[in-house]
Design a protein around this ligand. Structure first.
Ligand code: PGA
Length: 260
């Protein structure tokens, strides 16, 4: 992490739990955070759409912000079953994950659609967390940096600034597998992503936060979050346990580097 870029720790709860579970998890997290005043990280949880209202209510008066996991690329219209960015804003969301690899793989979402969704999120006054990352085959073929660069070019809309966009680098092969890249590989990818952002959007884009995601846990969060170009994490499995998620939030703080 670098001065000037506030760390962001985001929990992606995916399709898990019911309202009561989610509300209880937020209350537990809020209790843990109350005992750790002064943590520098911005903390976001992204529940399933049906639980957002309950989670916003449970998070009221706490530092916990709420995000959606996906949205449509249009603000309204004949799109049965979809949820729009203005609807998420209406519920009290501040962020929306777009382009997660599970959406790209399971719903055939390509870069152009991801860029449209990110633009829709911005238009609703929210901040997209745009996910990119290579598959195992792409990494094994030595293409990881090239793939991430292409995704930055095609999935991130024009007009990107540190205030209106967050990037999450999530190697597909690391998601939910317990495997992570080495610290050196993470550093290489994040530096390349930041350089590509600056190349495309100019010097101010060096301030865009780039999160790491993929099997981040309390045990490995410290070293990953200390990498200079890593500005936080997008956490799946470990975000479902308030204590684990809290431990990762703590690992983003300055005292973590003192051997926490
Ligand atoms: P994981 O998921 O932490 O369970 O690997 C990360 C993600 O999919 O965002």
């Amino acid at each position: 992490m670098q001065p000037g870029r506030r760390p962001l720790i985001a929990g992606n709860w995916k399709m898990n739990g019911l309202k009561a579970d989610s509300s209880a998890r937020v209350r537990n997290l809020a209790t843990l955070l109350r005992g750790a005043a002064g943590l520098p990280a911005e903390i976001v949880v992204c529940p399933p759409a049906t639980q957002i209202a309950a989670v916003v209510e449970a998070a009221a008066g706490t530092p916990i912000l709420v995000g959606g996991q996906d949205c449509h690329g249009q603000p309204k219209g004949a799109h049965t079953g979809d949820v729009s960015a203005p609807m998420l804003a209406d519920l009290g969301c501040r962020y929306v994950i777009v382009g997660h690899s599970e959406r790209r793989a399971n719903h055939g979402e390509g870069d152009a659609l991801v860029a449209a969704k990110a633009a829709a999120v911005r238009a609703a006054g929210l901040v997209p967390i745009i996910c990119i990352g290579e598959t195992a085959a792409e990494r094994n073929a030595g293409q990881a940096v090239a793939v991430a660069g292409r995704q930055i070019d095609a999935s991130v809309p024009a007009g990107t600034t540190p205030a209106n966009t967050v990037i999450a680098y999530e190697p597909v092969w690391a998601i939910g597998t317990g495997r992570t890249p080495t610290i050196e590989e993470i550093a290489e990818m994040h530096a390349a992503i930041r350089a590509r952002l600056v190349g495309r959007f100019g010097a101010p884009a060096a301030g865009v936060r780039v999160l790491y995601g993929g099997s981040m846990k309390p045990e490995n969060a410290g070293p990953i979050l200390q990498v200079a170009d890593v500005d936080g994490g997008l956490i799946g499995g470990a975000s479902l346990e308030a204590a684990d998620f809290f431990a990762i939030c703590r690992a983003s703080g300055p005292e973590a580097s003192a051997g926490d």
